[in-house]
Design a protein around this ligand. Structure first.
Ligand code: UN1
Length: 502
């Protein structure tokens, strides 16, 4: 495992010195083996990095946006050329199955392409002025230093959503990755630096920096007054700590926090499609996506049949090393995660749930890793445990009588990220998407809750934090809006008919 990781890091351009001899031990969730010892930044390092980043911003903001796009285009080229190496490293460090590791790098490439196009379309409005000989317009201007805190489960793609947009928008970035995935971050940084070197002299150094370290280093990023936007992905608990601190200094934050995503299946649904959508949503990535399907709300007329089919399919999912062909469910990230899963299952039983699966798997083969049999839990009602996000492969199943009841149940959780309905009834689909339907940032019909494309805005409401990243007009988060009124007449009329004649 270590040799494999070292070969990949060499190919990706991460120096031996950067990945060994440090205090942050990195373990592969595949077998628990140590695969690196990364140097940790101090709070002072973070502060110095933010100062360098601000200096880079002062230069970069004046480079025309389409020229800034050229840097992101070159970065996208590096990612294309190294897709399989970086994807493999994601598999080794985060424990994702290879196709999902590769898919994550594809997501980075896609957002780079999107950002390059955007670099010629950072448009503001022209607005009619009530005054003769006046023109009003708005401009979108670079914002400043963008701090990015990312989670282990999408160790590189979510950073790319933020940084590709932030860079074309004229900002400089400082990245604090998850302590569980520092190697993929170093590799991404190395690829970015190659792009920077190819771009040449117009780009300032320190346009994008990565600092590995613990909570104190992250906190220094959150609290620094020069960080204009702090984009954080992770648990609602983390967001509760970060959001108020950024707000207290009137900084901007973009929060992408927990989800508790449900799929409603109605009597008219294509059950075959629904089973496939629910299986990937609930158990893909071993239940460790913020968009993972955690609840199934099925109509009482089809509930038993659907749940029985799901349960059979669940039991046949191949659990194993993500590097082996055919594996669909890899390991949990660590023991703490497995323990949380067990606690949730125990609580579910106490609340009347009937649990299938959920036990430890492959313990003999991998005594230091944490594989779990995906769990399906038939719940009598949406009890407390169902209302919380447990970052593990647990699907709670619930039954409903009327669509109104199903939608109310789907919305009756603190989180509001993703949701879906499987139906062939147009009325049901449109009701679900309407103002009185799903209250989530993402609402789908006949596809699952996870695996969103980058072209749409990504994020959700309530405890999910309200942020929108990635596609659509999410770029506006990374810019400041200036409203300009230009007077090209020879008089000075005041708005609203106010007179002030001197
Ligand atoms: C996350 O889990 O933080 O929609 C992001 C999806 C992925 C992104 C998930 N494109 O599942």
């Amino acid at each position: 495992m270590t040799t494999q990781v070292n070969d990949l890091l060499n190919a990706l351009g991460v120096s031996e010195a950067a990945r060994s001899g440090g205090t942050l031990a990195v373990r592969s969730p595949i077998d628990g083996a140590q695969i690196g010892a990364v140097h940790e930044a101090t709070v002072a390092d973070m502060q110095a990095a933010i100062a360098r980043s601000h200096a880079a911003f002062l230069v970069w903001r004046n480079v025309p946006a389409p020229k800034r796009g050229e840097l992101v285009r070159l970065f996208g080229e590096e990612l294309r050329a190294h897709k399989s190496e970086l994807g493999q490293l994601v598999a080794l460090e985060a424990g994702k199955v290879t196709s999902e590791g590769d898919g994550e790098v594809q997501e980075m490439i896609d957002i780079c392409d999107f950002a390059v196009g955007l670099s010629r379309q950072l448009c503001g409005l022209t607005i009619a002025s009530e005054r003769p000989g006046h023109r009003m317009m708005e401009q979108w201007l670079p914002l400043g230093v963008v701090g990015i805190i990312s989670a282990f489960n999408f160790p590189v793609a979510v950073w790319a959503w933020n940084s590709a947009l932030a860079l074309v928008c004229g900002n400089a970035c400082v990245w604090k990755p998850s302590e569980k995935t520092p190697l993929t971050a170093l590799a991404t940084q190395a690829l970015f630096e190659r792009a920077l070197a190819r771009y040449g002299a117009d780009a300032p150094a320190h346009l994008s920096q990565v600092l590995n370290g613990g909570a104190a280093v992250g906190e220094a990023l959150v609290e620094h007054p020069k960080v204009a936007l702090l984009s954080a992905t992770g648990s609602t608990r983390m967001g509760r700590a970060v959001g108020p601190k950024v707000a207290a200094r009137f900084g901007r934050s973009l929060l992408e926090l927990g989800g508790n995503n449900a799929i409603i299946v109605t009597p008219s649904a294509d059950l075959e499609l629904a089973v496939r959508g629910i299986l990937f949503g609930a158990y893909g990535t071993a239940g460790q996506r913020c968009t993972t399907t955690r609840r199934l709300i099925a109509h009482e007329s089809i509930h038993d049949e659907l749940v029985a089919r799901l349960d059979r399919a669940r039991a046949s999912l191949k659990i194993g090393s993500p590097l082996e062909a055919g594996t669909l469910v890899g390991p949990l990230i660590d023991k703490a995660s497995f323990d949380h899963m067990q606690q949730a299952l125990q609580q579910a039983r106490a609340e009347g749930g009937e649990v299938s699966g959920g036990t430890r798997a492959l313990a003999e083969q991998y005594p230091n890793a944490w594989y779990a049999v995906p769990a399906l839990v038939r719940m009598p009602a949406q009890t407390q445990v169902v209302r919380q996000e447990t970052f593990a492969p647990i699907l709670y199943t619930l039954r409903y009588k009327t669509l109104d009841e199903a939608i109310a149940m789907q919305n009756d959780v603190p989180q509001g990220l993703s949701s879906a309905i499987f139906t062939n009834d147009l009325r049901e689909a449109e009701t679900f998407l309407s103002a009185s339907g799903s209250d989530c940032g993402i609402a789908n019909v006949n596809i699952g809750t996870s695996g969103a494309e980058i072209g749409g805005a990504f994020g959700g409401e309530k405890e999910t934090g309200g942020g929108r990243e990635s596609g659509s007009d999410a770029w506006r988060n990374y810019m400041r809006r200036a409203t300009n009124t230009v007077n090209y007449s020879r008089s000075l009329p005041l708005a609203q008919g106010v007179k002030f004649d001197v």
